[in-house]
Design a protein around this ligand. Sequence first.
Ligand SMILES: C[S@@+](CC[C@H](N)C(=O)[O-])C[C@H]1O[C@@H](n2cnc3c(N)ncnc32)[C@H](O)[C@@H]1O
Length: 292
Amino acid sequence: MFLYHKPVMVGEVMEILDVTADDLCIDATLGMGGHTEAILRRLGTNGRVIGIDKDDNAIAIAGERIADERTVIVKEDFANMRTVIRGLGYDGVDKILLDLGLCMGQIRDMERGFSFDSDYRLDMRINRDLPLTAHQVVNTFREEKLREIILTYGQESRYGAIAKAIVTQRRDKRIDTCRELAEIVAGQYRGGRGKIHPATKTFQALRVFVNDEIGTLVRTLDACPDLLRSNGRLCVISYNSLEDRAVKTFLRQRQDAGQFKTLTKKPLTPNPLEVRENPSSRSAKLRGGIKL
Ligand SMILES: C[S@@+](CC[C@H](N)C(=O)[O-])C[C@H]1O[C@@H](n2cnc3c(N)ncnc32)[C@H](O)[C@@H]1O
């Protein structure tokens, strides 16, 4: 199953990237190719898009949807963008887009083990070739490490109680499914958490940890000044405060070093109409800059 993923803030992304006919662009988070399609509409016959994703399903679906000879699709971690670019014979690019996180189809694909209501095994790997799963983290990591992960990557205030409950439960029986974990976490929120599922922050923490999402993002941003040609543009959409802080810090430091000009003093956010039509866009924050 791969549900349609509506690309987020397409107009704003196009404004920040300012794609021109002959650009060489990287869509480093190809997903279902929504942003790539918008970029292709602005490119001429000599323009190119390199689409990168580390998820097999995304590569397969986008590959089928985007039958355009100006696009090259590569299964790779975006942290290895430099190798991809060099491997294709280029020494730099004009535009880089990072639309972080996951597509709806990945989250709602029960077998992937991202969803609270999945009765499949906890997994949460974006790249399923890698060995570490959320199942392993939840069932084998020490309580202290679980506390640290849930606090650092989920900013969950009940991190101590949740880590303790996980360790207590697994002494009796292994925690196999997402639903089992979600129920253990919900047990620490007896009064409920309003509209938000009580396990939201814990699930985010595990996903970010399993995929090393922040470390990968920081390494990737650090490579961008070198990969972008002069006047090249970077656009990043993030979906949680950890990601947004990393992008904001990167742009500020590079601006101070005279390498980048920030295009977004404050992050751009989706307008109310977009949020109404696509509620999963509500946490999006977009930042961009120009390589000087
Ligand atoms: C929000 S979706 C992108 C949606 C896309 N912009 C579209 O319009 O369809 C994020 C995508 O990035 C991919 N991804 C996340 N982290 C990655 C990484 N480190 N390397 C490569 N791809 C990654 C995910 O597999 C997912 O397909």
